[in-house]
Write a protein of this length. Structure first.
Length: 405
């Protein structure tokens, strides 16, 4: 009996020790959890890039290219929120990744795990992107973890800038209310997010690679060149129709010729559908109220007003970008008999002259100035509002609100 007591005590101590975790086990578990959290962030960034490609492609479809929203089934996603959401998403993911990298760096710094065990944990539980491999010091290799990470975000920001430009340039978009300084401010926000990401992610990554492999890591100018080139490439792919000349005429103009009105902001000229730049006319089926509160077809009146202008004079247009082969957005001028025809692009840009079709339609109270036109035609719009011309004679919905009914 006395011999069995020491054995029972030893068994009890072993059971007690088996129920406890050693400090090394806790450190190993913390290391694995940190690596797994980084994998989740990488998947999140891939998902964001996929969505940026998806919405950039949707915005270029014929049904969406000249509208203020993207049609997504029965839903209408305002273009104005897409660039803002993309910048906010990038900032959040960069903050999240920097936080996790710093946490992983602190775990490695405080860890007493043998070096061989640490390497084995990274080998058995690698993140989705192998950004902790020694190969990441190779600055020219696009297949390393860091290389894939850079390419992923270059595609994302290329699409984000394309969405910003698309929303700011194309008519009717809420973000098109931006004037040039506001547009530059938005692009500056993208640059600041990129700088924040670089300065918050690279330092802890450099320390981790130094602790693991004793290597001095640098992003390097080759990766910067690849990223910058890819951003420009993605942007031009999104706006290829704007890069190439949409017209076959030697002077890059459309007309002069007689045109026909399709609605209050669109005309048909030489087989091409032309949407007037810098204005947003009431929709062809839109109904407004007059001074007595009675409904009247303001959209129909806008179409008739544009047709009356086109019936009297020829029109010449300077295409700014193409929606497709048969549809462009352009600044257009009426050309009276005996009048010199404008030929220089500077004659069309910045609101053009007194015969600019957008200027005339806004002055008659059939349209609102949007985008660059909000500033260029502000005087005409204010005068029409004071004189209660066209839609200003009573209550009306802005065309963008009418389209989202």
């Amino acid at each position: 009996m006395e011999e069995q007591e020491p054995q029972e005590n030893a068994t009890a101590q072993e059971d007690k020790g088996a129920g406890q975790l050693s400090p090394l086990s806790i450190q190993a578990a913390a290391l694995v959890r940190s690596i797994e959290s980084l994998s989740f962030i990488f998947w999140l960034s891939f998902g964001g890039t996929f969505l940026s490609v998806f919405f950039a492609a949707l915005s270029q479809l014929d049904a969406n290219a000249a509208r203020d929203h993207v049609l997504l089934g029965e839903y209408q996603v305002p273009k104005s929120i897409l660039p803002l959401v993309s910048v906010a998403f990038a900032g959040f993911v960069f903050w999240l990744m920097a936080n996790r990298l710093n946490m992983l760096n602190q775990v490695l710094q405080a860890s007493r795990l043998p070096r061989a065990m640490v390497h084995e944990l990274f080998r058995l539980n690698p993140p989705v992107l192998h950004i902790f491999d020694a190969d990441n010091v190779k600055r020219w290799s696009p297949t390393t973890g860091v290389g894939v990470f850079v390419i992923n975000w270059a595609i994302f920001f290329g699409n984000s800038i394309a969405l910003t430009w698309s929303s700011a340039l194309q008519q009717g978009a809420s973000i098109a209310d931006f004037d040039a300084p506001l547009l530059l401010l938005h692009l500056l926000c993208i640059i600041l997010v990129l700088i924040y990401g670089s300065r918050s992610i690279v330092p802890p990554l450099r320390e981790i690679l130094h602790r693991l492999h004793g290597l001095h890591f640098k992003v390097g100018w080759p990766r910067h060149v690849i990223a910058g080139s890819l951003v420009v490439f993605v942007f031009f792919i999104n706006h290829w129709d704007q890069v190439r000349s949409p017209m076959e005429q030697a002077d890059n103009l459309l007309g002069p010729d007689m045109g026909n009105a399709i609605d209050g902001e669109t005309l048909f000229l030489r087989g091409v559908e032309v949407k007037l730049f810098g204005m947003d006319a009431v929709e062809s089926d839109q109904v407004c109220q007059d001074g007595d509160g009675l409904d009247y077809p303001c959209g129909r009146r806008a179409t008739l007003a544009l047709q009356a202008l086109l019936r009297k004079s020829q029109v010449v247009c300077f295409p700014l970008f193409a929606v497709n082969a048969q549809r462009v957005v352009a600044a257009c001028e009426l050309v009276d008999a005996g009048q010199d025809m404008p030929t220089d692009p500077r004659d069309f840009i910045g609101g053009g002259g007194p015969n600019n079709l957008s200027r005339i339609m806004i002055a008659k109270g059939h349209a609102l100035g949007v985008g660059m036109g909000a500033a260029s035609f502000q005087e005409e719009q204010s005068r029409a509002q004071q004189r209660r011309l066209g839609i200003w004679q009573g209550p009306f919905q802005p065309p963008s609100a009418w389209r989202r009914r």
